[in-house]
Write a protein that binds this ligand. Sequence first.
Ligand code: CP
Ligand code: NVA
Length: 308
Amino acid sequence: MNHFLDIHKTSPDDLRQIIDQAAQMKSARAGRPKGTPDDDQPLAGRMVALIFEKPSTRTRVSFDVGVRQMGGETMVLSGKDMQLGHGETIADTARVLSRYVDLIMIRTFDETVLTEMAEYSDVPVINGLTDRTHPCQIMADIQTYEEHRGPIKGKKVVWTGDGNNVCASFLHAAGQFGFDLTFTGPSQLDPEEEFIGLARKAGSTITIERDAAKAVAGADLVVADTWVSMHDSQSSKERRHNMLRPYQVNDALMAHAKPDALFMHCLPAHREEEVTSAVMDGPQSVIFDEAENRLHAQKAVMRWCLGV
Ligand code: CP
Ligand code: NVA
Protein backbone atom coordinates (compact mmCIF):
# COMPACT_ATOMS: atom_id res chain seq x y z
CA MET A 1 0.00 0.00 0.00
CA ASN A 2 1.23 3.50 -0.83
CA HIS A 3 1.32 5.31 2.52
CA PHE A 4 2.96 8.74 2.33
CA LEU A 5 4.68 8.76 5.71
CA ASP A 6 8.03 10.42 5.00
CA ILE A 7 10.12 11.57 2.09
CA HIS A 8 12.92 9.05 2.75
CA LYS A 9 10.34 6.25 2.78
CA THR A 10 9.18 7.07 -0.76
CA SER A 11 11.44 6.24 -3.72
CA PRO A 12 13.15 9.02 -5.67
CA ASP A 13 11.29 7.92 -8.84
CA ASP A 14 7.92 8.13 -7.12
CA LEU A 15 8.79 11.50 -5.56
CA ARG A 16 9.77 12.82 -8.98
CA GLN A 17 6.55 11.52 -10.51
CA ILE A 18 4.54 13.26 -7.76
CA ILE A 19 6.32 16.60 -8.25
CA ASP A 20 5.90 16.43 -12.04
CA GLN A 21 2.23 15.56 -11.75
CA ALA A 22 1.70 18.40 -9.25
CA ALA A 23 3.20 20.86 -11.75
CA GLN A 24 1.05 19.51 -14.60
CA MET A 25 -2.13 19.65 -12.53
CA LYS A 26 -1.33 23.20 -11.45
CA SER A 27 -0.86 24.44 -14.99
CA ALA A 28 -3.94 22.56 -16.23
CA ARG A 29 -6.21 24.61 -13.96
CA ALA A 30 -4.36 27.94 -14.07
CA GLY A 31 -6.69 30.93 -13.88
CA ARG A 32 -9.81 28.94 -13.01
CA PRO A 33 -11.87 29.79 -9.92
CA LYS A 34 -10.72 27.66 -6.99
CA GLY A 35 -14.06 25.88 -6.71
CA THR A 36 -14.05 24.67 -10.31
CA PRO A 37 -13.58 20.90 -10.53
CA ASP A 38 -10.56 19.52 -12.38
CA ASP A 39 -11.31 18.15 -15.86
CA ASP A 40 -10.61 14.62 -14.77
CA GLN A 41 -12.12 13.57 -11.46
CA PRO A 42 -9.69 10.96 -10.11
CA LEU A 43 -11.17 11.02 -6.61
CA ALA A 44 -14.80 10.71 -7.71
CA GLY A 45 -16.64 8.56 -5.18
CA ARG A 46 -13.73 8.66 -2.70
CA MET A 47 -14.03 9.78 0.92
CA VAL A 48 -11.01 11.27 2.70
CA ALA A 49 -10.67 11.69 6.49
CA LEU A 50 -8.54 14.64 7.61
CA ILE A 51 -7.60 14.26 11.30
CA PHE A 52 -6.05 17.14 13.24
CA GLU A 53 -4.58 16.82 16.71
CA LYS A 54 -2.84 20.20 16.29
CA PRO A 55 -3.98 23.51 14.77
CA SER A 56 -3.66 24.09 11.00
CA THR A 57 -4.60 26.62 8.34
CA ARG A 58 -2.72 25.55 5.19
CA THR A 59 -2.79 21.78 5.60
CA ARG A 60 -6.46 21.72 6.48
CA VAL A 61 -7.66 24.01 3.71
CA SER A 62 -5.34 22.73 0.98
CA PHE A 63 -6.24 19.07 1.56
CA ASP A 64 -9.95 19.87 1.74
CA VAL A 65 -9.96 21.99 -1.42
CA GLY A 66 -7.67 19.54 -3.24
CA VAL A 67 -9.93 16.55 -2.61
CA ARG A 68 -12.99 18.50 -3.77
CA GLN A 69 -11.29 19.71 -6.95
CA MET A 70 -10.54 16.06 -7.76
CA GLY A 71 -14.17 15.05 -7.21
CA GLY A 72 -13.86 13.45 -3.77
CA GLU A 73 -15.39 14.27 -0.41
CA THR A 74 -13.75 15.10 2.91
CA MET A 75 -14.47 14.80 6.56
CA VAL A 76 -12.41 17.04 8.85
CA LEU A 77 -12.01 15.52 12.32
CA SER A 78 -10.49 16.98 15.44
CA GLY A 79 -8.53 14.38 17.40
CA LYS A 80 -9.91 15.62 20.70
CA ASP A 81 -13.51 15.15 19.57
CA MET A 82 -12.85 11.54 18.50
CA GLN A 83 -12.73 8.52 20.81
CA LEU A 84 -9.02 8.52 19.91
CA GLY A 85 -8.67 11.36 22.40
CA HIS A 86 -10.54 9.35 25.05
CA GLY A 87 -8.55 6.15 25.17
CA GLU A 88 -9.57 4.18 22.06
CA THR A 89 -6.40 2.70 20.61
CA ILE A 90 -4.88 4.01 17.42
CA ALA A 91 -4.99 0.49 15.97
CA ASP A 92 -8.74 0.16 16.56
CA THR A 93 -9.34 3.67 15.23
CA ALA A 94 -7.42 2.79 12.07
CA ARG A 95 -9.36 -0.45 11.56
CA VAL A 96 -12.69 1.35 12.01
CA LEU A 97 -11.88 4.34 9.77
CA SER A 98 -10.72 1.95 7.03
CA ARG A 99 -14.29 0.64 6.83
CA TYR A 100 -15.65 4.15 6.08
CA VAL A 101 -13.04 6.09 4.14
CA ASP A 102 -10.62 5.55 1.26
CA LEU A 103 -7.72 7.67 2.53
CA ILE A 104 -6.60 9.09 5.90
CA MET A 105 -4.48 12.21 6.47
CA ILE A 106 -3.39 12.79 10.06
CA ARG A 107 -1.57 15.64 11.83
CA THR A 108 -0.41 14.49 15.23
CA PHE A 109 2.23 14.86 17.94
CA ASP A 110 4.12 11.60 18.42
CA GLU A 111 5.28 9.92 15.22
CA THR A 112 4.22 6.51 16.58
CA VAL A 113 0.56 7.59 16.23
CA LEU A 114 1.14 8.00 12.49
CA THR A 115 3.09 4.77 12.05
CA GLU A 116 0.58 2.75 14.09
CA MET A 117 -2.28 4.25 12.10
CA ALA A 118 -0.54 3.16 8.90
CA GLU A 119 0.23 -0.31 10.27
CA TYR A 120 -3.41 -1.08 11.12
CA SER A 121 -5.16 0.85 8.36
CA ASP A 122 -6.43 -0.92 5.26
CA VAL A 123 -6.32 2.38 3.34
CA PRO A 124 -3.36 4.71 2.65
CA VAL A 125 -2.27 7.13 5.39
CA ILE A 126 -0.63 10.53 4.77
CA ASN A 127 1.58 12.38 7.26
CA GLY A 128 0.18 15.91 7.69
CA LEU A 129 2.96 16.78 10.23
CA THR A 130 4.27 15.14 13.37
CA ASP A 131 6.68 16.45 16.00
CA ARG A 132 9.41 14.84 13.92
CA THR A 133 8.69 15.46 10.21
CA HIS A 134 6.50 17.38 7.70
CA PRO A 135 6.87 15.72 4.28
CA CYS A 136 3.91 17.35 2.47
CA GLN A 137 5.43 20.77 3.14
CA ILE A 138 8.72 19.82 1.55
CA MET A 139 7.02 18.34 -1.54
CA ALA A 140 5.41 21.77 -2.06
CA ASP A 141 8.78 23.44 -1.43
CA ILE A 142 10.56 21.32 -4.05
CA GLN A 143 7.79 22.09 -6.54
CA THR A 144 8.12 25.79 -5.73
CA TYR A 145 11.91 25.87 -6.06
CA GLU A 146 11.79 24.08 -9.41
CA GLU A 147 9.05 26.26 -10.89
CA HIS A 148 11.16 29.34 -10.16
CA ARG A 149 14.70 28.09 -10.73
CA GLY A 150 14.65 24.67 -12.43
CA PRO A 151 16.04 21.40 -11.03
CA ILE A 152 16.99 21.48 -7.33
CA LYS A 153 19.56 18.71 -7.84
CA GLY A 154 23.04 19.95 -6.91
CA LYS A 155 21.80 23.21 -5.33
CA LYS A 156 22.78 24.57 -1.92
CA VAL A 157 19.93 24.88 0.57
CA VAL A 158 20.57 26.62 3.91
CA TRP A 159 18.32 25.87 6.86
CA THR A 160 18.43 28.57 9.55
CA GLY A 161 17.36 28.27 13.20
CA ASP A 162 15.81 25.21 14.83
CA GLY A 163 16.63 21.76 13.44
CA ASN A 164 12.96 20.84 13.75
CA ASN A 165 10.37 18.68 11.95
CA VAL A 166 10.39 20.76 8.75
CA CYS A 167 14.20 20.75 8.72
CA ALA A 168 14.09 16.96 9.10
CA SER A 169 11.98 16.56 5.97
CA PHE A 170 14.35 18.92 4.11
CA LEU A 171 17.21 16.58 5.10
CA HIS A 172 15.24 13.61 3.79
CA ALA A 173 14.60 15.49 0.56
CA ALA A 174 18.30 16.39 0.22
CA GLY A 175 19.10 12.69 0.00
CA GLN A 176 16.22 11.81 -2.31
CA PHE A 177 16.41 14.79 -4.70
CA GLY A 178 20.22 15.16 -4.60
CA PHE A 179 20.82 18.63 -3.17
CA ASP A 180 23.20 19.80 -0.42
CA LEU A 181 22.02 21.25 2.87
CA THR A 182 23.79 23.48 5.36
CA PHE A 183 22.26 23.80 8.82
CA THR A 184 22.99 26.96 10.76
CA GLY A 185 21.69 27.22 14.31
CA PRO A 186 22.74 26.63 17.93
CA SER A 187 24.15 23.17 18.77
CA GLN A 188 21.30 22.54 21.25
CA LEU A 189 18.87 22.59 18.31
CA ASP A 190 20.82 20.54 15.78
CA PRO A 191 18.79 18.24 13.52
CA GLU A 192 18.73 14.54 14.42
CA GLU A 193 22.01 12.72 13.71
CA GLU A 194 20.05 9.85 12.17
CA PHE A 195 18.57 12.13 9.50
CA ILE A 196 21.91 13.80 8.78
CA GLY A 197 23.40 10.33 8.36
CA LEU A 198 20.66 9.25 5.95
CA ALA A 199 21.21 12.27 3.71
CA ARG A 200 24.98 11.77 3.72
CA LYS A 201 24.57 8.08 2.92
CA ALA A 202 22.45 9.06 -0.08
CA GLY A 203 25.35 11.22 -1.33
CA SER A 204 24.36 14.73 -0.17
CA THR A 205 26.83 17.09 1.46
CA ILE A 206 25.38 18.07 4.84
CA THR A 207 27.24 20.83 6.65
CA ILE A 208 26.77 22.25 10.15
CA GLU A 209 27.95 25.87 10.37
CA ARG A 210 27.35 27.94 13.53
CA ASP A 211 28.10 31.26 11.82
CA ALA A 212 24.95 32.23 9.91
CA ALA A 213 26.72 34.55 7.44
CA LYS A 214 29.29 31.87 6.52
CA ALA A 215 26.53 29.28 6.20
CA VAL A 216 24.46 31.38 3.80
CA ALA A 217 27.43 32.21 1.53
CA GLY A 218 26.63 30.95 -1.98
CA ALA A 219 23.16 29.65 -1.05
CA ASP A 220 20.57 28.99 -3.76
CA LEU A 221 17.78 28.78 -1.20
CA VAL A 222 17.51 30.09 2.37
CA VAL A 223 14.83 28.62 4.62
CA ALA A 224 13.47 29.69 8.01
CA ASP A 225 10.77 28.35 10.31
CA THR A 226 9.26 29.35 13.63
CA TRP A 227 11.57 29.31 16.65
CA VAL A 228 8.90 27.63 18.80
CA SER A 229 7.02 24.76 17.17
CA MET A 230 3.57 23.54 18.18
CA HIS A 231 5.08 20.66 20.14
CA ASP A 232 7.58 22.87 22.03
CA SER A 233 6.61 24.06 25.50
CA GLN A 234 5.77 27.73 25.76
CA SER A 235 8.05 27.92 28.80
CA SER A 236 11.02 27.32 26.47
CA LYS A 237 10.14 30.38 24.37
CA GLU A 238 12.48 32.92 25.96
CA ARG A 239 15.42 30.50 26.05
CA ARG A 240 14.86 29.56 22.41
CA HIS A 241 14.57 33.17 21.30
CA ASN A 242 17.84 34.05 23.04
CA MET A 243 19.62 31.14 21.35
CA LEU A 244 18.10 31.74 17.93
CA ARG A 245 18.30 35.53 17.58
CA PRO A 246 21.66 35.42 15.73
CA TYR A 247 19.99 33.25 13.07
CA GLN A 248 17.24 35.69 12.05
CA VAL A 249 16.91 35.94 8.25
CA ASN A 250 17.17 39.62 7.36
CA ASP A 251 18.48 41.63 4.42
CA ALA A 252 22.03 41.61 5.80
CA LEU A 253 22.02 37.80 5.99
CA MET A 254 20.38 37.36 2.57
CA ALA A 255 23.13 39.54 1.06
CA HIS A 256 25.56 36.62 1.62
CA ALA A 257 23.48 34.26 -0.54
CA LYS A 258 23.64 34.12 -4.35
CA PRO A 259 21.94 37.19 -5.89
CA ASP A 260 19.18 34.98 -7.32
CA ALA A 261 18.69 32.97 -4.11
CA LEU A 262 15.12 32.31 -3.01
CA PHE A 263 13.70 32.61 0.50
CA MET A 264 11.18 30.07 1.86
CA HIS A 265 9.17 29.67 5.06
CA CYS A 266 6.46 27.04 5.53
CA LEU A 267 4.32 29.55 7.49
CA PRO A 268 2.89 30.51 9.90
CA ALA A 269 5.74 33.02 10.39
CA HIS A 270 6.51 35.35 13.27
CA ARG A 271 7.48 38.56 11.56
CA GLU A 272 10.60 40.26 12.96
CA GLU A 273 11.50 37.10 14.89
CA GLU A 274 12.89 34.31 12.65
CA VAL A 275 12.56 36.54 9.57
CA THR A 276 12.02 40.23 8.90
CA SER A 277 9.04 41.55 6.96
CA ALA A 278 11.53 43.08 4.50
CA VAL A 279 12.66 39.56 3.50
CA MET A 280 9.21 37.96 3.71
CA ASP A 281 7.69 40.59 1.43
CA GLY A 282 10.84 41.13 -0.65
CA PRO A 283 11.63 40.01 -4.22
CA GLN A 284 13.45 36.80 -3.20
CA SER A 285 10.56 35.47 -1.13
CA VAL A 286 8.32 32.74 -2.58
CA ILE A 287 6.39 32.02 0.62
CA PHE A 288 2.91 32.36 -0.86
CA ASP A 289 3.80 30.19 -3.86
CA GLU A 290 4.89 27.57 -1.33
CA ALA A 291 1.55 27.88 0.44
CA GLU A 292 -0.32 27.55 -2.87
CA ASN A 293 1.74 24.55 -3.90
CA ARG A 294 0.65 22.65 -0.79
CA LEU A 295 -2.60 22.25 -2.73
CA HIS A 296 -1.06 20.97 -5.96
CA ALA A 297 1.64 18.80 -4.37
CA GLN A 298 -0.82 17.11 -2.02
CA LYS A 299 -3.29 16.45 -4.84
CA ALA A 300 -0.49 14.55 -6.58
CA VAL A 301 0.43 12.78 -3.32
CA MET A 302 -3.19 11.63 -2.89
CA ARG A 303 -3.33 10.34 -6.47
CA TRP A 304 -0.10 8.42 -5.89
CA CYS A 305 -1.47 6.95 -2.64
CA LEU A 306 -4.65 5.78 -4.35
CA GLY A 307 -3.02 4.84 -7.66
CA VAL A 308 -5.47 7.00 -9.62
N1 CP B 1 2.81 25.03 6.84
C1 CP B 1 1.77 24.41 7.45
O1 CP B 1 1.73 23.19 7.59
O2 CP B 1 0.80 25.26 7.88
P1 CP B 1 -0.47 24.91 8.80
O3 CP B 1 0.07 24.61 10.18
O4 CP B 1 -1.29 26.14 8.76
O5 CP B 1 -1.16 23.71 8.24
N1 NVA C 1 7.76 23.61 12.87
C1 NVA C 1 6.39 24.09 12.87
C2 NVA C 1 5.79 23.92 11.51
C3 NVA C 1 4.37 24.41 11.38
C4 NVA C 1 3.79 24.16 10.04
C5 NVA C 1 5.58 23.35 13.92
O1 NVA C 1 5.70 22.13 14.02
O2 NVA C 1 4.85 24.01 14.66
